[in-house]
Design a binder for this molecule. Structure first.
Ligand code: NAD
Length: 507
């Protein structure tokens, strides 16, 4: 495990950091077990209320300085973090893979996404621009500018243990904010490694202590962030259950929240689809990251004329999947994150049967050599109906529901008829079908693709979804605006004081 050493991970790690300084934290220690082999990787401290408050106080002090750094200089800090991530890509990708269980290709891909976000944020640091407007009053100038918000709280999920932080932090930093990160208690070591990488750059560039705060801990630490009036924006990624709790708490104090929650993503395969592409997209979408992506393909809505052909090709593809150690490049599918996830997977299989569904590819838990952690399950395919209760839920596991349709209207209705609204796609070579799917009467998701699966988005676009997915947008386009406050400025350079709307007020 050379990569642990290269990333400064010790057997016992402090849980709280304000940048270059580390504090033990008196909260209940976290133990990180690898789902790959079930072994304890290392432990970390966790924040208690007192350490948390001290860290937030440090972040406030840092903000008072950091907001005055020119944005391109803040961009230079982010550029160097990107360089350091390039140097650590191999090791960090391995840690992500070992701690979380995704394939090494996807572990490296996640670090590459962090690097890409750094590059995007560097460019943005020179483009945080507002509009100018024409004033209705003579000799007046009106424009808007975007100022930093303050402390951005980041609550992240286990399945993207490092990328979610970078989606938020790199952009928040160029915007002039400071960040407080509460990572998933299931992947604290990946977070510690990121903090060490950033700290190296902070030291070199004299970045104020407190620009990057890490507070490891359980959901209690997330609750402190949500309720903290010193934190104007809480960006929370995770389950819809968590988002409802965090969103409600933040709304009660009239703070801002940016919510990136669960998905229930579908691919529609019409009779005009290129089935070679459709099957590849569906299989990667359904089994990649062992079905633990927010954009995982959970439902395949297939036209009755190609249903049998699709099913037979899927069966064939699933028969060729290698399940096992995700660090071995020969394997396609690694483990679920822990045994609780395996229990949820098994309950979902029972629920499918109880609802009257059947399995075209059977599931089950794997045991024997190589599967000692008890977290490896078989990706499976169920023939189901869209209105089954279990199909309406996001089960974070590789279970694909096959649903048959006759007309495109019906397919789009199925696609939209779930509580979540993250990612969607249509497989068709027919222009009319594609355009109807993308129209106002088409997909109701934040992401809608044609001839691309639901899983794996590019960072250049704004990422997020509607309905129970939470409505937040991160990454590209103008998503940076969520991390800033807008100010409208009107300047009078005349000797008169005309009032807006022509109101007269003579004294
Ligand atoms: P989770 O909701 O269990 O935990 C996510 C984070 O929230 C953790 O850090 C946890 O400690 C914290 N948390 C949980 N309850 C909280 C509360 N009441 N108050 C404050 N903090 C709380 O989610 P998970 O199992 O780690 O991740 C899987 C979920 O995340 C899936 O639903 C997946 O779709 C979603 N996800 C969404 C996106 C997206 O961009 N839309 C990306 C990744 C993951």
């Amino acid at each position: 495990m050379e990569f642990l050493k290269h990333l400064s991970i010790q057997p016992h790690n402090p849980g709280v950091s304000t940048g270059t300084k580390w504090f033990e934290g008196a909260g209940a220690r976290l133990s990180s077990y690898s789902p790959v082999d079930g072994k304890l990787i290392a432990t970390t401290g966790a924040a208690d209320r007192e350490t948390y408050d001290q860290a937030i106080a440090q972040a406030r002090q840092a903000f008072a300085v950091w907001r005055n750094w020119p944005a391109p200089r803040r961009g230079e800090v982010v550029r160097r973090i990107g360089e350091s991530l390039r140097a650590h890509k191999d090791d960090l990708g391995k840690l992500v893979s070992y701690e979380m269980g995704k394939s090494l290709q996807e572990g490296w891909g996640e670090v590459q996404e962090m690097i890409d976000i750094c590059d995007l944020a560097v460019g943005m640091s020179r483009q945080l621009h507002g509009l100018t407007m024409h004033s209705e009053r003579a000799a007046h100038r009106m424009y808007e500018q975007w100022h930093p918000l303050g402390i951005v709280g980041i609550i992240s999920a286990f399945n993207f243990p490092v990328a979610v932080w970078s989606w938020n932090a790199m952009i928040a930093w160029v915007c002039g904010d400071v960040c407080v990160w509460k990572p998933s208690e299931k992947t604290p070591l990946s977070a510690i490694a990121c903090q060490h990488i950033a700290a190296g750059v902070f030291k070199e560039m004299g970045v104020p202590e407190g620009v990057s705060v890490l507070v490891n801990g359980g959901l209690d630490v997330g609750q402190w962030l949500a309720a903290d009036t010193r934190i104007p924006l809480v960006s929370a990624t995770g389950s819809t259950r968590m988002g409802k709790a965090v969103g409600t708490t933040v709304a009660t104090r009239l703070g801002r929240s940016l919510l990136e929650l669960g998905g229930n993503n579908a691919i529609i395969i019409t009779e005009n689809a290129d089935l070679d592409i459709a099957i590849r997209a569906a299989v990667f979408g359904a089994v990649g990251t062992a079905g633990q992506r927010c954009t995982t393909t959970r439902r395949l809505i297939v036209h009755e004329n190609v249903y049998d052909a699709v099913l037979s090709r899927l069966r064939n593809a699933y028969a060729h999947l290698h399940i096992g150690d995700p660090l071995d490049p020969a394997n396609h599918v690694g483990p679920l994150i822990d045994k609780d996830a395996v229990t949820n997977y098994l309950s979902a299989l029972d629920a499918v049967r109880a609802a009257g569904g059947s399995f075209a590819v059977e599931g089950g838990v794997l045991s024997g050599p190589g599967y000692e952690s008890g977290c490896y399950v078989k990706p499976c395919i169920a023939e189901a109906r869209n209105d089954f209760d279990i199909v309406q839920h996001e089960t974070f596991a590789p279970i694909l529901y096959l649903i048959r349709f006759k007309t495109l209207e019906e397919a789009i209705a199925f696609q939209n008829d779930v509580p979540q609204g993250l990612s969607s796609s249509i497989m068709t070579l027919n222009l009319r079908e594609a355009e109807r799917f993308l129209s106002a009467a088409g997909s109701d998701c934040g992401i809608a693709n044609v001839n691309i699966g639901t899983s794996g988005a590019e960072i250049g676009g704004a990422f997020g979804g509607e309905k129970e997915t939470g409505g937040g947008r991160e990454s590209g386009s103008d998503a940076w605006k969520a991390y800033m406050r807008r100010q409208t400025n009107t300047i009078n350079y005349d000797t008169q004081l005309p009032l807006a709307q022509g109101i007269k007020f003579d004294i």
